[in-house]
Design a protein around this ligand. Structure first.
Ligand code: BTN
Length: 261
């Protein structure tokens, strides 16, 4: 079924319930699915998050994955997450009037609460990519109370922010449209310009943050994200530190001040 994007997501597979859209998309990719194949589920039994975490996926959310076959190196694939988080932030802001902010490495926030997470899983041989599956989990038509307890205070949803439900098909079409534009830009021009635009939506740059990798944490001022996708922190002693993997937490008194164009 086509959603009317310009050919990018012509093949869209809808399922009522899946273990994970990323898993089905990956199976399809292994079996030769074309770039742009999309898998959407109304709910997921075993939604997958970053770093092996579970992703709560009740009905009402927009849970989908897309197969990409970019002709780029594995090193360059760190840019894919920015394509998607920028596309989601632009859609939430441009089409729904929400003050969406990107948060390194893979989140979109509204009012300091997570509304969307992105999971990029890349299958490669040596330095070349066979395919990437990009999963997008967007809290749309449910209230945060539908999420497991630990998430309720740190997550929000479109329904919560807009006090109404949204049409999921329209939302998906709008996101895929932005994704297609940003993905083409990324393949044509590289990461530089796209990353600059991503930064205009950032809700953490120039703020004091804590970054944890599970075993240790580091505090500092988030000063930049470089073209390899690393977070650059300025530490108290004036030195800088590049962080490649971790979870970023804003200091409690941080306010999100960057205003997107
Ligand atoms: C994260 O923030 O940890 C990333 C979450 C990604 C969740 C989405 S929901 C659709 C797709 N299918 C999955 O199993 N995970 C991604």
């Amino acid at each position: 079924m086509s959603l009317g994007t310009n050919g990018f997501a012509d093949k869209i597979i809808f399922r009522r319930n899946l273990s994970s859209t990323n898993l089905l998309a990956r199976k399809l990719a292994v079996a030769g699915a074309e770039e742009g194949t999309v898998v959407v589920a109304k709910s997921q039994r075993a939604g997958r998050g970053r770093l092996g975490r579970e992703w709560a996926s009740p009905r009402g959310g927009l849970w989908f994955s897309i197969v990409l076959r970019p002709n780029i190196s594995v090193a360059q694939s760190s840019g894919i997450v920015f394509v998607f988080s920028l596309a989601v932030a632009e859609t939430l802001h441009g089409k729904y009037g929400l003050k969406a902010r990107t948060k390194w490495p893979n989140d979109v926030l509204v009012g300091n609460k997570k509304i969307c997470g992105i999971l990029v899983e890349t299958n490669s041989t040596g330095a070349s990519i066979n395919f990437s599956v990009v999963g997008v989990g967007l809290n749309a038509n449910f209230r945060p109370e539908s999420l497991p307890l630990p998430l309720r205070n740190v997550a929000t949803s479109m329904e919560q922010e807009l006090s109404r439900k949204v049409q999921l098909k329209k939302l998906l079409r709008a996101i895929l449209d932005r994704v297609e534009k940003r993905y083409c830009q990324f393949l044509r021009q590289g990461i530089s310009e796209l990353l600059s635009e991503w930064k205009t939506y950032s809700g953490f740059l120039n703020h004091e943050v804590k970054v944890t990798d599970g075993s240790s944490s580091v505090h500092g001022l988030a000063v930049d994200v470089d073209e390899k996708g690393a977070l650059i922190l300025q530490l108290k002693d004036g030195t800088t530190k590049r962080v490649l993997v971790g979870d970023l937490f804003l200091s409690v008194d941080s306010s999100l001040i960057n205003v997107p164009p």
